[in-house]
Design a protein. Structure first.
Ligand code: HEC
Ligand code: HEC
Length: 550
């Protein structure tokens, strides 16, 4: 079918359903990235339109795995790079040594151009035109609870969100973080990685974990909180490389195992016996820094919520629902080999190549299936397009700082206290393991600003004096909440700015909530002219935090 229109949407079959979801995907003819975006703006379904050729052929940015952060001007001084690019830490499965990338802008030819052009859009007028009431109404609406039903109606075959009431945040969980709906999801309290997920930079978030059924049931196959609590604690110790961990009270008699090593079967609030799982999973493979096969993570990224009392927290509306599932587990030697192979590919000049799993997202080459949902132009959630999904691989695959490709769980508040929905109030600025000063304070000093792009005026006013971090001002901050939450005014402006991107549906050009173009970001890198960091501004960093003695 030929058409003289700029682009044509073809609907092959129509299947009418109660909420109007159709089971067919709109196909974009003569697809280009621009036509894909135009089609997304028109699209109202829960499934995004697809191109008429292989989606890889219509990618705008073949280096979508390189995030915007990498283009910050370091000017031989400012280093926001170290939280991601790191050399290996003994014993971990992550042996990618990319600490050098802090120093070099060693991009592929494609990567030399900053494709995140949304950063350079001036949204001042659009932000000024939006009213506070309107954006507040918008972010307080629930766009999550209708998602599972819409996906089912559309015949979606990937993971369908299965945690009831998540739109209301903490209320979906009991005091220890266990989902009230019995789905097995567990919320935990972690310190957000600097600095994209700091509320002051435009987003709030939460993270939940779920272990496979065997890790939640006793040897006889019955669901057991004692089994689940103990396995979660054992996993936490393994991921962080600890030799003991405190846990929610576990009845050792029901497990027949002396977890705390005190010689009697009683109630354990601490686990020292970490060499095997409990319950039905007792015989499964266990090693440090690795999750069991079937582990799932759920991450919701939200607007900066503003309570009636002015308090800042997660909004009801979700910007994105993100999901990871460890589909295939492997031993450390296999991961080491994968990193090596990826290095060869890069040396051979090949651009990143990931395999699409249809509705199940994309395979990150190292066992995790990665999938997500994002707002359509009307703010209803829809599945990601191939290119939008492609950009997830990056941080969840090929950087040196992660543990088994993840961030938040290794950064959980240690032990029993850390089970429960994220709460920045009362959370201390724990140092990165091996350091003495708080992680956030250290970050602010190394970066020379309040965000990776050094474009956060409010943070600079709060914690800096004439361009230098002011320890006296910092001493006035009681907790992580004080350090990284914005004023109401800033929160409103950032929310309005991000909403523009939702209306434009051009997420492939970047999703940062910026109002005016940041001055400290390169539009392109010139290898001969761009100054790089000297050795004394390159830092070792451990993603795991030192929460102090439990
Ligand atoms: C939030 C994490 C994060 C931060 C912060 C970050 N990067 Fe990156 N960087 C990545 C990811 C992810 C990739 C893509 C890795 C891949 O798949 O090859 C990447 C890729 C790169 C590459 C390309 C490497 C290649 O082999 O093609 C360079 C160069 C780079 N980063 C430099 C920097 C510099 C310089 C900074 C600081 C100004 C920085 N990055 C900050 C995550 C980050
Ligand atoms: C620029 C780096 C980056 C990119 C790109 C990225 N993530 Fe993440 N992701 C993170 C960080 C950092 C966290 C931890 C959240 C925090 O610290 O607040 C995280 C957390 C998660 C988690 C929870 C498990 C964990 O690792 O802690 C899931 C699930 C997830 N992301 C899925 C996705 C999906 C799906 C995409 C693509 C739409 C994506 N991520 C893209 C950096 C990234």
């Amino acid at each position: 079918m030929k058409s003289s229109l700029l682009f044509t949407l073809l609907l092959s079959v129509f299947v009418s359903t109660a909420s109007g979801e159709t089971q067919a995907r709109a196909v974009v003819e003569h697809a280009t990235p621009e036509r894909m975006i135009a089609a997304l703006r028109e699209s109202r379904g829960v499934l995004p339109p697809v191109p008429d050729v292989h989606p890889k052929r219509v990618m705008f940015n073949a280096e979508a795995v390189v995030p915007p952060q990498c283009y910050t001007r370091t000017e031989a001084r400012y280093n926001p790079c170290y939280v991601c690019h790191q050399d290996p830490i003994e014993g971990r499965e992550n042996v990618l040594a990319d600490g050098d990338l802090q120093r070099d802008y060693a991009f592929s030819d494609t990567g030399l151009t900053n494709h995140w052009r949304n950063l350079f859009e001036d949204r001042s007028e659009r932000v000024a035109a939006a009213s506070d009431e309107e954006i507040l109404r918008y972010i307080r609406q629930d766009n999550y609870s209708e998602l599972p039903g819409r996906l089912r109606e559309a015949g979606f075959r990937g993971w369908i969100p299965d945690l009831d009431g998540l739109e209301s945040g903490a209320a979906a969980f009991d005091e220890h973080g266990f989902a009230r709906d019995g789905s097995g999801w567990v919320a935990f309290n972690y310190k957000p990685l600097p600095s994209t997920f700091w509320p002051t930079n435009g987003s709030t978030d939460d993270v939940m974990i779920r272990l496979p059924a065997a890790y939640r049931t006793d040897a006889g196959g019955k669901p057991s909180y004692d089994v689940y609590r103990s396995n979660l604690a054992i996993l936490e110790a393994k991921i962080k490389g600890l030799d003991h961990i405190s846990c929610l009270p576990v009845d050792e008699r029901s497990l027949g195992t002396d977890l705390d090593g005190d010689g009697v079967l009683g109630t354990a609030v601490r686990i020292t016996r970490l060499d095997s799982w409990t319950g039905a999973a007792a015989g499964e493979f266990i090693d440090t820094h690795l999750y069991p096969q079937g582990t799932e993570f759920l991450h919701t990224v939200r607007y900066v919520g503003i309570g009636n009392d002015g308090g800042i927290g997660v909004s009801t509306r979700m910007k994105e629902v993100r999901y990871l599932r460890k589909a295939r587990a492997a031993v450390k030697a296999v991961y080491a080999r994968r990193y090596q192979e990826e290095g060869y590919e890069k040396d051979a000049g090949n651009l990143p190549n990931y395999v699409g799993l249809g509705d199940s997202g994309i395979d990150n080459h190292s066992g995790w299936a990665v999938q997500g949902f994002i707002e359509n132009a009307e703010g209803r959630l829809r599945a990601l397009t191939f290119e939008e999904n492609f950009s997830c691989m990056s941080c969840h695959n090929s950087i040196g700082s992660t543990i088994d490709k993840t961030f938040a769980f290794p950064r959980k508040v240690d032990g029993a206290r850390g089970w429960g929905y994220i709460d920045l109030k009362g959370m201390p600025d724990a140092p990165s393991k091996g350091e003495k000063t708080g992680e956030i304070a250290t970050y602010l000093a190394r970066v020379g600003g309040g965000s990776e792009f050094r474009n956060n005026d409010e943070m600079e006013r709060r914690w800096f004096t004439s361009g230098r971090l002011d320890r006296q001002k910092l001493a006035g901050a009681e907790d992580v909440y004080d350090l990284i939450t914005p004023s109401r005014e800033r929160a409103l402006a950032l929310n309005k700015a991000y909403r523009c991107i939702v209306e434009d549906q051009d997420f492939i050009y970047g999703k940062d909530s910026t109002i005016t173009p940041p001055a400290n970001v390169y539009e392109a890198i010139d290898n001969d002219l761009t100054p790089t960091l000297p050795d004394q501004r390159v830092f070792r960093y451990n993603l795991v935090l030192d929460w102090g003695a439990e």
